[in-house]
Design a protein around this ligand. Structure first.
Ligand SMILES: O=c1ccn([C@@H]2O[C@H](COP(=O)(O)OP(=O)(O)O[C@H]3O[C@H](CO)[C@@H](O)[C@H](O)[C@H]3O)[C@@H](O)[C@H]2O)c(=O)[nH]1
Length: 473
């Protein structure tokens, strides 16, 4: 009998994608049966979008991977329009997890449950049922380390972290600048802060932690987590299993962009995409467009309707798109860039673009899945962080990892100008200054391939855990 485990992502494509890919890997490379538990809701939201449906279509599922839909949550009952994104995700997830115990019993009490970082209520259910519970970290190890230390900061710092005069020295890691802090950690008196603290203070209860990373990518934070006395005292056993990235799916809609890419010279096209829901302000979009034009580089730009800064200060736009970029791109831009650039409304298969030999650079919001996909395909980045932990990721990628460049932004500056945008684009695509970034990303690509191969560090980590599950079956 193959060991049977269950995997449960919380809402949002950023969680769903890596946990789904990890499940596939457990089935295809490690001979497990996986029940993939899906939180469902009465109304449409980021995790039940068309992209989600495409990801989970039957042709994408190996035979030992079974989808199990949790009873639907009535979103109107448990949320309201004032809620910010993290509060909304956590509230719906908590409501959905009320049915977890009976679902786990119905599917025959699996040998282990793997959840992401925002479903820690599952640990209590697992303890009741004597099922080992693991966390799969969908963000960098550096952010995981900051978050564990955040519990300590909450206890020891008076007032808000946003008011600290100096960067935060996380033990054994690079300091975190106050301006890079994620919104949820800045101000104590907010629901998002409370949810963040609730979950991060429970991570230590997991039976094991899977990092979507590998030894060569995050050497410093991994060393801190394993060796620093603070982390040793609060961290369950850790396993580096990455990069776990989206594999190319059947995507008819990408065909026309692929044919265009086929006609371009190698490494000559800049790809622009800001994750599953990111977008720009109206004012920034104008500078962005003219910056691309000024750079004189070829590009593919996944563009979404601009939004004004939301109540949480972030730019997020899911399900609010007219699919008509000409309505919001600056006048004359499409005509001026015809043949040089391609504008894609809302969504295309990012992995298909990144793996194409004509793609030579990526403007990314530094979501962790996009980051891993870029490195796994050897594509250097321009960091354009928007929300969540992305500013912290951007700094690490530019200053520690050396695979990205950040546009220069003066304190208090809300919009990056076209000249600066053109400068960083040219630097990453062709300038001598970008040589080192391009070399470094290719080097990391090689180490990623090695880590995933048979007898590579990430492959071996998964084998070790699977061995622990086997005798239990
Ligand atoms: O046109 C598009 C745009 C995105 N994607 C895919 O969508 C995913 C986006 O994931 P990610 O880069 O992680 O961005 P978000 O969806 O914004 O992810 C959320 O979750 C991540 C993992 O926890 C965090 O790192 C981010 O900050 C948070 O915003 C990737 O697999 C992309 O390939 C496409 O295929 N086509």
């Amino acid at each position: 009998m193959k060991p049977h485990v269950a995997v449960l992502p919380s809402l949002g494509l950023g969680h769903l994608i890596p946990l789904f890919e990890f499940s596939k890997r457990l089935v295809l490379h490690h001979g497990l049966q996986v029940s993939f538990l899906i939180i469902t809701t009465t109304t449409d939201d980021p995790s039940s979008s068309a992209a989600n449906a495409q990801l989970l279509q039957p042709s994408n599922l190996p035979s030992d991977l079974h989808l199990v839909h949790l009873p639907s949550v009535d979103v109107d009952k448990v949320t309201n329009s004032e809620m910010q994104i993290l509060t909304r995700i956590c509230t719906i997830t908590e409501e959905s997890l009320r049915s977890l115990k009976s679902v786990l019993m119905d599917i025959g009490s699996p040998k282990a449950l793997i959840v992401d970082l925002l479903s820690t209520q599952a640990f209590d259910v697992c303890r009741e049922l004597s099922i080992p519970a693991y966390s799969f970290v969908t963000t960098p190890v550096s952010f995981f380390a900051f978050s564990l230390y955040f519990v300590e900061l909450d206890r020891t710092v008076e007032g808000d972290l946003a008011d600290l005069p100096e960067p935060i020295q996380v033990p054994g890691c690079s300091p975190v600048r106050i301006e890079d802090l994620l919104d949820q950690a800045r101000i104590r008196n907010s629901d998002e802060y409370k949810w963040f603290l609730f979950h991060v203070s429970r991570w230590r209860l997991a039976d094991g932690i899977f990092f979507n990373s590998w030894e060569d990518l995050e050497t410093i934070p991994l060393k801190a987590i394993r060796e620093n006395p603070f982390f040793k005292s609060v961290t369950p056993p850790v396993y580096t299993v990455g990069p776990v990235t989206k594999q190319e799916e059947q995507d008819e809609s990408a065909a026309e962009y692929m044919s265009w890419l086929d006609e371009q010279p190698p490494n000559s096209v800049l790809f622009v995409a800001l994750g599953s829901g990111g977008t720009l302000s109206g004012e920034q979009m104008i500078e962005f467009a003219w910056g691309l034009e000024l750079s004189r580089q070829r590009f593919i730009w996944v563009v979404r309707k601009p939004t004004e800064v939301s109540s949480s200060g972030t730019f997020f736009n899911v399900g609010n798109d007219t699919n008509s970029p000409e309505e919001y791109l600056p006048e004359g831009f499409l005509e001026k860039t015809q043949g040089v650039g391609v504008v894609v409304p809302s969504w295309t298969s990012q992995v298909a673009v990144l793996r194409h030999p004509s793609t030579g650079g990526f403007i990314s919001h530094c979501g962790w899945n996009s980051t891993l996909e870029s490195i796994a395909h050897g594509v250097p980045m321009i960091a354009w962080p928007l929300y969540a932990e992305q500013k912290m990721n951007a700094t690490v990628l530019a200053e520690d990892t050396g695979v990205a460049v950040k546009p220069e932004v003066k304190a208090g500056q809300m919009v990056v100008g076209r000249v600066e945008i053109a400068r960083v684009v040219r630097m990453v695509m062709e300038g001598d200054e970008g040589d080192e970034i391009r070399r470094r990303v290719r080097e990391l690509k090689e180490t990623a391939t090695k880590a995933l191969g048979v007898s590579g560090s990430s492959y071996e980590s998964v084998c070790r855990v699977v061995e622990e599950w086997k005798p239990l079956s």
